[in-house]
Design a protein around this ligand. Sequence first.
Ligand code: NAD
Length: 481
Amino acid sequence: MSLETQDTVAQTLSDTLAAQRAAFAQDPASSIEQRINRLNRLHNAILDYKDRLIAAVDTDFSGRAAAETEILEILPVLEGIAYNKKNVKRWAKQSRRHAPLMLFGSQTKVHYQPVGVIGIVVPWNFPIFLGLSPLVGAMTAGNRAMIKTSEFAPQTGELIKEMIESTFSADEVTVHTGGVEVATEFTKLPFDHLVFTGSTGVGKIVMRAAAENLTPVTLELGGKSPAIIHDDFPIEEAAKRIAFGKGLNAGQVCVSPDYILVARAKISAFTAAFEKAMAGQYPTLRDNSDYTAIITERQQERLEANLADAREKGATIREINPKGEGFDGTRKMAMHVVTDVTDEMRIMQEEIFGPILPVVPYDTLDEAIAYVNARPRPLALYYFDWDKARGEHMLNATHSGGVCINDVMTQVAVDDMPFGGVGPSGMGHYHGKEGFLNFSKAKGVVRKGRFNPTSYIQQPWGNRMYNAYMRFQYRRYRKIG
Ligand code: NAD
């Protein structure tokens, strides 16, 4: 992009933000009816565009199952809209709070106020859900929004732009397509809040850009989400549940199980069961429309290079390709189970984000926990164990953005729970009530009445009332301690 074009992009983005800000200033409170009206418009637009959106994602991936786009993108946005519509009135209600003795007689409450304009940066792997789900949260909280789509899902980006333009005015919501140059200008804008979903590396760049404006950020990042299978858990059942999740989007999911920790004696039972489950789900690969392709050649090369690196460093790699098909001329890639892995291998250092599954042995559960805790805090942790007490122990002993016990990935489908990472896997939450709170300013408000208790204990300090008040308070504090 030439400097001149870059300036034009920056100007257009900045003008759009200014127009949204001006509209927000005219209508800063946004009634519940207006929020529901916007959610309804989005709901109807998604229903109208559903088939075209599914086709656009299929084109961008050069092959993704319509069912995956429906279950993992369309339905979750529609569910989120329905859930937020039902609850927005309750969430937006001012909440009464307890006043200290010094403010006796005052009213104290928290006022949840829209912040203004939210910026939303979207990755390629779920180009509908990860653009529209933050939008649902932003609109529920009464905000306006600008969305930057991913350059690696261009058809979907253009269609979402068309859908939003035909549904909202430019001072309510806009969509901006384009590559890194556009993203760079976009994240420099002084938004009232910025939601970035993408890699941890780019997350740091985005947070740096936001810091210039002191724009609060929600970072939805990636990482290596482990699955730990307890020795007592039926290994075939665990393998089946993991295969369902790992097969989705061919592993190109932020909460995909990244590596599996299995009791040493069960390693081969697990790999055999996983292979059987995958072959059952995908009896063929190359022309199987249920099995998603890798989004770009670059991603495919990255995955192949990581496999080669593991092979060179001594890993054992099994390709799950029931018919032994070749994939030349396609971006399909078989699932690979990798054993005999070491920390020196790239697959054990970087997020996998594709059809590769390293399996790591452990000798004791404490060792498995220590393995997870010695690494960056992941976005998700999966634990397979029917024993509830051990499950609770796992929750306390590890840190992760979310947890699913006895399954993988389904924690994302719960609207009534926060979604977000911790440390290098992200910060801030959205979905449901936490999303509403994330995109609102919780403003503490004290309303004093005619009676003014502070007037009895104000300057000159040391007066009779002040001394009595202090004696009373310290007596209280001594009892509390
Ligand atoms: P990415 O970080 O490469 O790109 C994400 C977005 O950032 C794109 O819109 C891109 O245009 C923009 N971008 C790229 N460079 C930028 C820059 N220098 N400044 C500002 N913006 C820039 O990520 P990706 O490859 O699209 O997605 C894969 C990653 O996203 C994985 O790490 C995955 O775990 C993560 N992810 C996280 C979640 C979650 O909810 N936590 C969901 C999906 C994906």
